[in-house]
Design a protein around this ligand. Structure first.
Ligand code: KIV
Length: 308
């Protein structure tokens, strides 16, 4: 029997790269899966150092980093650009690139080509895409190319206009049944995992128990196999709105505003930069420069910083 390591090794073990196989093993042994979004190098590096299992370069990028009103305007090139930065920072976490709106809906071949870019150009290990049974053929084709696919059901932000807003999904028996059916179709199509966004906790737990593959919940309660949040929500740096299901682990916007305001005050009052932030030049070299300037070109008068 092969042994699959935990993602949290003890201090003597070197951490190994998280794979889709390991994610599956975590479900089998009821070990919760941690996932967060990242869009840049330093954040990915810190998450990786702290032992994150999965890092998702979500198309939430569009809203929390690029300032769009929704995820719909996000392009493949924008995703690839940010995925590359994340891949440079994270060595161990499983890296999932989110396929943006219109990168997988038009045709299967376009979907496969775009999914391939996430692995070939951007250093991702898997892709995520939104939708149920209508995506089964596309998922099968991408998986057949050797690219692991994470599904996404429930509140699927790329269909926001069809859903009529950012509202909880699967609340009535019919919708819940359809969601369960869709989850099974995604599993059969070859998804290695499914994100369940904003659905009742009881439904998410049922789906998680019925599926062999792991579920990752966001606003779907504690019954999922793993959890994900948008990092800017968790850190308190996206203030336009905060979904009810978000837990703020920090309030960085307050810290950032304080730092920006102190910096402005420091610049205006000339208390920054101080001597400790300034590189000095030796007296000898300075004298040398003064002499040279006065000899070579009398129009250069050495500026005395004490005289303003
Ligand atoms: O884009 C994103 O960040 C996501 C998560 C909310 C799962 O899809």
């Amino acid at each position: 029997m092969s042994v699959i390591q935990s993602t949290t090794p003890n201090s003597t073990e070197e951490r190994k790269k998280v794979t889709t196989r390991l994610i599956q093993a975590m479900k089998t042994r009821h070990e919760p899966i941690s996932m967060l979004t990242a869009y840049d190098y330093p954040t990915a590096l810190m998450m990786d150092q702290m032992g994150m299992d999965i890092i998702l370069v979500g198309d939430s990028l569009g809203m929390v980093v690029l300032g769009y009103d929704s995820t719909l305007p996000v392009t493949m090139n924008e995703m690839i650009h940010h995925c590359k930065a994340v891949a440079r920072g994270a060595k161990y976490a499983l890296l999932v690139g989110d396929m943006p709106f219109m990168s997988y809906q038009v045709s299967t071949s376009e979907a496969v080509r775009n999914a391939g870019r996430f692995l070939q150009e951007a250093g991702m290990n898997a892709v995520k895409l939104e939708g149920g049974s209508e995506r089964a053929e596309t998922i099968r084709a991408i998986v057949n190319t050797g690219i692991p696919v994470m599904g996404h059901l429930g509140l699927t932000p790329q269909s926001i206009h069809q859903l009529g807003g950012y509202r909880t999904q699967g609340r009535d028996a019919d919708a819940a049944y359809t969601l369960l059916e869709n989850a099974q179709v995604l599993q059969e199509a070859g998804c290695f995992s499914i994100v369940l966004e904003s659905i009742p906790g009881r439904l998410a737990e049922l789906v998680s128990l019925r599926l062999e593959i792991p579920t990752i919940g966001i606003g779907a309660g504690a019954g999922c196999d793993g959890q994900v949040l948008v990092t800017h929500d968790l850190l308190g740096i996206f203030e336009r709105f905060t979904p009810k299901f978000v837990k703020r682990y920090a309030n960085l916007s307050t810290e950032m505003r304080k730092a920006f305001s102190e910096y402005i005050a420091g610049v205006k009052s000339k208390t920054f930069p101080g001597a400790e932030h300034t590189v000095d030049m030796s007296e000898d070299e300075w004298k040398c420069l003064e002499e040279r300037l006065t000899q070579e070109s009398p129009r250069f008068i050495v500026h005395d910083p004490s005289v303003r």
